[in-house]
Design a protein around this ligand. Structure first.
Ligand SMILES: [Cu+2]
Length: 459
């Protein structure tokens, strides 16, 4: 008899159990199971939507894992197309990470796969399909294939009475022409936790509680701005990683794939709306009611006048630009779009090439790299590095001379997605300490599909 460990070793970490029928029975039951299948979701009584989701729900089940404690997740694909699940923000080998480009095997229609891994780092992560959508706005991240994943730290640093998990999602995408004639996705409906504002159960809280909000933007392409009327939010973690300077803010800006953890002191009894700050998106459904015990009446919203957010406020105090250490290797990445004609989506270029023709020097294990994002395009991009975290070092340096010429250098904010504004340069640093193929891409599904990807290899 093969032990489970030996079997996994033999078959690779993401064993296709369907190809091992005789041995499959010997496998211990998985800790979690995800079934990918078609489903009809009721986003509201008016909005029924046919899509694909995990376990018949969107977001999928909350997966609570323990830092350092191995876990096995079985994923069964009941659809008629190949799928793959990416464990976003975890340090995993390429065979398990969930990106075909890195070498994770696809899960064929009708097949299932077992992902066995040791969860790290601690904090708020998420999981989602990493399949392409191209022109089909029902596939990939346009579908309901997303869920939240929490890696409980070995030592729990939080002091809170209640955790509230929120997934922000946009649905029923369609392509519409922007000013320059290129096509971009727009959405008919938006939700929090799969329901439009007022359609789902309210978040129930009590006066005097400290609620810990865990917010993930699972949208295929769009940034969201979130406020809770009558309350401030104390941001304690970005992308699941504690920030050096927790701060109270009036609202959150969350780009696709970003996460924000924030403490709210429940000290203003009433019935309130937590939702999109921009009225048209809240009207499209992006909101949820927050209800204090023993309070009654219509939910209240207080409209902020401005959109306010920056990453820098959560960093350690501004630091002098350190002389570039000889051990830091600078990797300039120039981002541009290419117009492909009216009625078509633009294609995307990194250093003049689109994936799969994008190239980069191989990484060397143990060295420190500085990725220089030089965004010459008219769009803001949520840029994601797989299998690693990076530290924000500078943001918002203007490329056209109109803004600040020299951006402050910052330290201490560890993330795996950063929103780089149009016509600016941003820099992040990471240590190449997870050998193996490593995907870098824009997290907007349409941009990723149209060439905005780069595969780093280790030497
Ligand atoms: Cu992009």
């Amino acid at each position: 008899m093969l032990s489970r460990r030996a079997l996994l070793k033999l078959s690779g970490a993401a064993a296709l159990s369907s190809s091992l029928p005789a041995l499959a029975e010997d496998l211990a039951a998985p800790d979690f199971r995800l079934d990918i299948a078609a489903v009809t979701l009721a986003l509201s009584p008016r909005h029924k939507l046919r899509t694909t989701a995990y376990n018949g729900q969107a977001p999928g089940p909350l997966l609570r894992l323990r830092e350092g404690q191995p876990v096995t997740i079985e994923v069964a694909n009941h659809t008629d197309h190949a799928e793959v699940v990416h464990w976003h923000g975890l340090f995993l080998p390429p065979a398990v990470d969930g990106a075909l480009e890195e070498g994770t095997p696809a899960i064929a229609p009708g097949a299932s796969a077992r992902y066995t891994f040791t969860p790290a780092p601690a904090g708020l992560r998420w999981y989602h399909t990493h399949a392409m959508a191209m022109g089909d706005l029902s596939r990939g991240l346009y579908s309901g294939q997303h869920g939240l994943l929490m890696i409980e730290p070995r030592n729990n640093p939080g002091r809170y009475d209640r955790e509230l998990f929120l997934a922000l999602e946009d649905w029923s995408g369609y392509l519409s022409a922007s000013e320059d004639g290129a096509m971009n996705p727009s959405y008919a409906v938006s939700t929090i936790n799969g329901k439009t504002l007022g359609s789902g159960e309210p978040l129930r809280v009590k006066q005097g509680e400290r609620a810990l909000l865990h917010v993930v933007n699972t949208s295929p392409t769009d940034v969201h701005w979130i406020a809770l009327a009558g309350h401030e939010l104390q941001v304690i973690a970005l992308d699941g990683n504690p920030v050096p300077s927790p701060r109270r803010v009036p609202m959150l800006r969350i780009a696709p794939a970003e996460r924000v953890c924030a403490i709210v002191e429940m000290n203003n009894p009433g019935i309130w709306i937590l939702g999109e700050v921009r009225k048209h998106l809240q009207a499209a459904g992006l909101g949820i009611v927050v209800e204090y015990a023993d309070q009654h009446g219509a939910p209240r919203w207080l409209q902020p006048t401005d959109l306010v957010w920056n990453y820098e406020q959560f960093a350690t105090a501004p630091v002098q630009e350190p002389p570039p250490s000889r051990a830091t290797i600078v990797v300039p990445l120039v981002i541009e779009s290419k117009f492909r004609g009216h009625g078509a989506m633009e294609s995307w270029l990194i250093n003049g090439r689109s994936y799969p023709d994008t190239t980069a020097e191989p990484l060397r294990e143990g060295l420190r790299y500085r990725l220089q994002f030089i965004n010459k395009s008219h769009d803001d991009h949520p840029l994601h590095l797989h299998r690693h975290s990076f530290e924000l070092r500078s943001l918002g340096r203007s490329l056209d001379g109109s803004g600040s010429a020299s951006a402050p250098h910052i330290a201490g904010i560890i993330k795996d997605v950063v929103l780089v504004d149009a016509h600016t340069q941003a820099e992040v640093e990471f240590i190449a300490d997870h050998p193996g193929a490593t995907l870098f891409h824009c997290h907007q599904q349409s941009h990723m599909d149209m060439g905005f990807m780069l595969l780093f290899h280790y030497a």
